[in-house]
Design a protein around this ligand. Sequence first.
Ligand SMILES: Cc1ncc(COP(=O)(O)O)c(C=O)c1O
Length: 445
Amino acid sequence: MTVPSITTALPGPRAKAIIVRDNAVVSPSYTRGYPLVIASGTGSSVEDVDGNVFLDCAAGIAVNSTGHSHPAVVKAIIEQAQKFLHMSGTDFYYEPQVRLAEELAAITPIQGGVRSFFGNSGTEAIEACLKLSRYATGRQNIIAFFGAFHGRTMGSLSLTASKAIQRRGFGPLLPGVYHAPYPDCYRPPLGATAGSCSAACVDFIEHQLFASLVPPDEVAAIVVEPIQGEGGYNVAPDEFLQRLRELTKRHGILLVVDEVQSGMGRSGKMFAIEFTGVEPDMIAIAKGIASGLPLGVAVARAGLMAWPPGSHASTFGGNPVSCAAALATIALLRDRLVANAADVGAHLMAGLKALADKHPLIGDVRGRGLMIGVELVRDRQTKERAAEERNAVVTAAFNRGLLILGAGKNTVRFSPPLVLTRGEADTAVRIFDEALTEIEATRQR
Ligand SMILES: Cc1ncc(COP(=O)(O)O)c(C=O)c1O
């Protein structure tokens, strides 16, 4: 099969009909960048309902870690589904959940033992981290970062500071949440440079927030994405996370890392925080953990997760079928796919960086493993954000059969399944090149 292969106008007739029905009955709050109606998927390719085949560099927003319907994951799901679908892990026991907690204890970079709380999504993982942080410290306040995305339920939304539309009309949000600048090396905040922004951002917390707004002994946790996802695929320098760890330790504040998007091998290590040598107190995991089945986990130091029966639970959390999918996913990641993400990610990154030589729209190419952002600008000197152009490039790529997504205001993200091959990465670069050429030509007219 040739991938991609586009044989109808997009959307095709069947896709169009489904979109019309969707428009009448589904919540209009969803952000659909382009009209893809999937019929099936395998590996890194997706077929739509009209028989068009796309190369998938979006993976259902960084979720299909092992590719679409990996046979080993599907087998695990079927075998578990034939035994039992649900029993509620909060009221009863079943082994897949125990095994998954044991696996997570083996792969998470926290020494001395951890415990896992199971939910169904990233936002639930964050809510659990928030509640546990307050419970364990007896403190109320939380610090998060501008550009962060931690979810859309009221607690996690209070931390989210990515796009105002996500918050508009929903206030008041959780009190006691403070935001600090994130060390975006391409656009360093606080008048800093790329080299000094780690120190500047941590100093802001210490000398501005702690001095003027919230005493450190009343802060329960600092919540941070090691690589900002929805905010624009910004990679925090190692130094920033190391300084944050030092600051939090000094004040008895918990360090919670949100690895919902950057975790489960996507960065080329199982968790992106591993690049820094920092040991967090809690890790929020979701998205890629179960290859597409709903699962979110808050992993915490065992000594911290000492809340009594009844204090927190979830009917569906840690569903046995999701746990079975997660166990199969972790086995595949450990076996080959984390290494593949590092290898093919470096290859894709090199290909995308090379495009900067011929495309003035490209301002910055950054990321780790198969979590790569390409920031588009109208002018490399002023770094004026090319937001409309970004959307046009994403659409032009779709029309050529490449699925990519935006992140932040003007960044394109590549978050393919971790089974992506070097050949598929080359195809993605070729189509992205064509899409950029098309949009740059329309701008010059
Ligand atoms: C870093 C991060 N945290 C939390 C979430 C929320 O996850 P969910 O949509 O599963 O609730 C997301 C979703 O994009 C995310 O990228």
